[in-house]
Design a protein around this ligand. Sequence first.
Ligand SMILES: Nc1ncnc2c1ncn2[C@@H]1O[C@H](COP(=O)(O)OP(=O)(O)OP(=O)(O)O)[C@@H](O)[C@H]1O
Length: 591
Amino acid sequence: MEVLRQLQVFFRERRHYLFLSILCLAIATALGLVYPNLLQRLIDNAIIPGDFEKVPMLALTVLGVVIVKGFMQFLHGFFGGRLGNFLAYRLRNACYEKLQFLSFRYYDTAKTGDLMSRLTGDLEAIRNFIGFGFAQLLNVVLMVVFGSIMMLYINWQLTLFTMISMPLLLFVTFKFESRIHPTFQEMRIALSALTTAVQENITGVRTVKSFARESYEVEKFSIRNEQYKSNQIQAASLWSRFFPAMELIASISVVLLLGMGGYLVIVKSMTLGQLVAFFSLIWYIIGPIWSVGFHINNYTQSKASGERVLELLNQSVDVTDEPDALTLNTDQVKGHITFEHVTFAYGNKLPAVVDINLDAPPGSVIGILGGTGSGKSTIIQLLMRAYNVNAGSIKLDGTDIRHLKIRDLRAQISSVFQETFLFSSSIRNNIAYGLNHVSMDDIIRVSKLAQAHEFITELPLGYDTVVGERGLGLSGGQKQRIAIARALLKNPKILVLDDATSAVDMETEHEIQTGFQEVMRGRTTFIIAHRISSLRHANEIMVLEEGRIVQRGTHEQLIVAPGPYQDVYHIQYADYIDQTPEGVSERQVRP
Ligand SMILES: Nc1ncnc2c1ncn2[C@@H]1O[C@H](COP(=O)(O)OP(=O)(O)OP(=O)(O)O)[C@@H](O)[C@H]1O
C-alpha cells in the first residue's frame, strides 16, 4: 500500500475517478444480485401460482436492471480507463523527465533494456491495476460478502452446507497461482531474452555479417524461441489442468446444493424459487474465489512494477545545482579554466585521475595525450561537471564550477566526441541540435568550417537528408564532421575535441585543423588526440599515464625531452625525422 500511497501523488487530481470507478462497479455488482431475487419472485409469485400478469412487469424490471447494470459497467470502464491513462501519462512524463536529469553516474550502470521495460511494461501494469485491478479486487470482496449475506438470508443451513467445498476451492486456486506465477515470470524472462536478441541483432547487424555469424545468430534465436514456446506450453497445460479441477470442485458445491436444496423444497422448508435463486447466487461466490488468486497475483505484479518505476523516480541526482547557484552571463565569460589538485574516482574504483593541475587562460589550446584508460576523457567529464570531483577544484574564470548553474556551465562548452551520436532527423536539425532560431547561412558556414558542406550538398536532399538511427548511412568521418559543425554552431567559449578527428583521414584532419585554427581563436580549447599532428600547436600539452600528468610542455619542448611524448613522436613520425646525437630534429612534418 506504500507504493499506492506514493503513486497517489500522480493521480491526486483525478482521485475522484478512482472512487467513481469503484462505486459504479459496486453498484453493478449489487444490481447483479437483484437477478436471483427476481428469478425467485418469477418462480414463486408468478409461475407456480400461474399468475402470468406479473411476468411482463418482472421481465421489464429485469430489462431495467440489465440496462442500469450495463451503464454502471460502462462508467466503471470509463472512469477506470481515464484514471489509468492519466496516471500512465503522468508517470511516463515524470520518468522521461527524470531520465533527462539523472546524472552520468546513474547511466554508468543502468541497462537500456531495463529502463525501456520500466517505461513500457511496468507502466502498463500500473495503469491496469490502478485503472481496473484495484476496483476489481475490492469487488471480489464485495461479491463474496453480498452473495453470502443473501444466501444466509434465504437459508443459512443450506449456505453453510454448500460452502463445505469452498476452502478446497480456495486452496486449489492458490496452489494454481503459486505454479502459474513462476511460469509467467519465466515466460516474461524468455520473451525479454527473445526481444534482446532481436534488438542486438538489428543494432549489431554489421558485426554479425562481418563475422559471418548469421547461422549462429539464427541458432541462438531459435534456442530462445524454443524456450519461450515451452514456457507457453507449460502455462497452457497448467491452465488446461486447472480448469477441469476447479469445475469439479465447484460442482461438488452445486451437487450438494441440488441434493440438499431439492430435499428442502420437497419437504417444503424452502420454495422452488429460493432454490433457483440460491443456485445462481452460488456462482457469485465461486466466481470470485476462482479469480481471487489472479487478482492477488495481479496486485503483486503491479506492486513490483510500481516499485521499479518509483525506484527510478526516487533516484537521487548527485550532480545538482546548489540552492544559490550562480547564473553565467555569456557575454562576460572569458573561458579561463583552472584545475587545482583534482582527484576523481568512478565509484569504488581506483582514482581515474590524480592531483591534476592545469591552467588554461582564455583562448589557449591545451592538448592531452595518453594511452587508453589514462584518464583523458575523465578530465573533460569533470570539466563539464558530469561528476563532482572527489578532491581539489575546477574553476571557470576563478569561480568553482560547483557554484555555477550546470546548464549555464555546459552552455559554454561544446564537445565533439570520439563516437558521434546523430538523431534520426535531417542533417540540418542534427547540426542545429539544442539551438533555436538558427539561420541556414550559419549552418552552412559551420559546415564549411567542419569540411562537411561538400559531402552534404552531394546528397540528394542536401541538408534535408534524414540520417538513419545513430546516423546510419553516413561514414564515421562524415558523422564526425557533422558533430564538429554542431559544436561550432553553438559558438562556445570552451571547445572540447575528444579524439574528434580520429575517424577522418590525415588529409581531412589537416583540413579540419586548418578550419579549427580560425574557430579556436578566442576559445579555450582542449584537444584529446592520439595523433601528435593534432596537438602540436597547443600552448601546453599534458601527457597522462594512469591518471597522472607525467609530462607537460609545448610540442617543441616535449620532442626533445626523453619520455612518453618523444616515444609516441618517434613512432608516428618515423618516416619524417632524423635522429641526431644532439636530439631529435624534424625533417618534414605537416604543419
Ligand atoms: N563511466 C565509468 N565508470 C567507471 N569507470 C570508468 C568510467 N569511465 C572511465 N572509467 C575508468 O577510468 C579510467 C580512465 O578512463 P578514461 O575514459 O578517462 O580514459 P581515456 O584516457 O579517455 O581512454 P581512451 O583513450 O581509451 O578513451 C579507466 O580505467 C576507465 O576504465
